[in-house]
Design a protein around this ligand. Sequence first.
Ligand code: T4K
Length: 371
Amino acid sequence: MEKFEKPIYVTKPFMPPLEEFCEGLKEVWENQWLTNNGPVLGRYREELKNYFETDNICLFNNGTLALQIALQGMGISGEVITTPFTFVATTHALYWNKIRPVFCDIEPDYFTLDPEKVEELITPWTTAILAVHVFGRPCKLNALADIAKRHNLALIYDAAHAFGGRVNGKPIGHYGDLSMFSFHATKLYHSIEGGMLTFKDPGLAQTFNYLKNFGFKSETEVVMPGTNAKMNEMQALMGSVVLNYMDHLLAKRKQVYEIYKERLQDVPGISFSPDSAPNVDYNYAYVPILVDEKEFGMSRDALYEKFKEYNVFARRYFYPLLNEFACYQSVSISKPLTVANQVAEKVLTLPTYADLEEDDVNKICDVIISV
Ligand code: T4K
C-alpha cells in the first residue's frame, strides 16, 4: 500500500471561505478596534448566547484560562475530584489555583469520570467535582449531579471537546454549575484560539469579566487581582464565521466516524465506544479506538508507529495519564485507576476533520486492516 503523499494529522482546523473572513476583516480595519470588548466580539457573544440558549456565557482567549478563572471566580479551593484521562490543561487549571487534584477512575464505555468511584474520594476538604466530557461524550450527568447535590459540591464540566453536543434536546452547557468550552484550532469548532464558560448563576458573569480584564471595574478602580484573558476581534471574527458552518462540521464528523466504525468494528482487537443513548446528540469530535494487543496482534504503540510509515499521524490522546507526568507524580492516588490505566495503554485517536476525504478515511482503515 502506498503511503499518503501529504501527512494526515489527527486533525486540521476548518478554514471557512477566505472571502467571508476578509469581509469581516474590512469591518475590523474600519473600526480600528482590535481587542478589549470590541464590536465584533459583542455581536459574536450574542450569536453564541443564541446557539447555547442561555445568556450566561463569558468569552476568553483560550479554554485553559477560562477554566482557571472559573475555578477562581467560583471560590473553589482545597481538593477537587477529577479525571486523570484528559488533556493536561484540566489539572493545570486546578494547580494554578492551588487546588489539590484527587484523581478518580473512569468508566469503560466513554472514558468519563466514574460516578460510582467518586463518593469514596470525598473528604472534608472536597469542594468540587471537575469532570470532562472527554472526546465530546457526555459524562454521567444525572449520577454526578446527584453526588454533587448530596455532598454540597460544585459540579464543573470541562467541555473543551463538547461544542455542538446536546442532551435531552438541550445544549450540553446547560448541565452542571459551569462548563468550559475550548475553541482551539484543533477542535471541531474553533475561533483560532478561544474559550467560553457557560454557567447557572448569572451573578458569576461580573466576577469572570473582572478576572479576565485585570480586575478593572472602571478606569480608576481595580476590584480584584485579575489577569488578561480577553478574546480579541480576530478570534471573535473567526468564531463568528465558523459558527455558520456548525451543521456542516457536525455532519462531516459523523460521516467520518461512521466510515471508521463500519470498516473497523469487526476487526479483532479494535473496539469503539458504544453508540450514544437516544437522548444524546453526540458531536463525534474525536475517533478514539482501543487496540487490544493480544487480539489485534500488534500493540497500540506499534500501530501508532506503523501509521507514521504511511504518513499518518494518529495521536495517543490521552496517554500517559496525568498522574504519570513529572509535575503530578507527587499527587497521592488513594484508589486504583484501573480502567484509566487500561484505556491509556490501548487508546489511539484516528484522524478526523472537515475536509478529510472519504477515500482517505478508507485508506486509513486499509492500513489498520492490512497490518
Ligand atoms: N481541556 C481539555 C479536555 C482539552 O482537550 C484542552 C485542549 C483544554 C482543556 C485546553 O483548551 P485550550 O486552552 O487549548 O483552548 C491539542 C490542542 O492544542 C489542545 O487545545 C487540545 N485540548 C488538545 C487535545 O490537542 P496538541 O499538543 O495535541 O496539539 P498539536 O499542536 O500537536 O496539534 C495536533 C495536530 O493538529 C497536529 O498534529 C497538526 C494539527 N494542526 C494543529 C494546529 C494547531 C494543524 O493542522 N493546524 C494547526 O493550526 O494539543
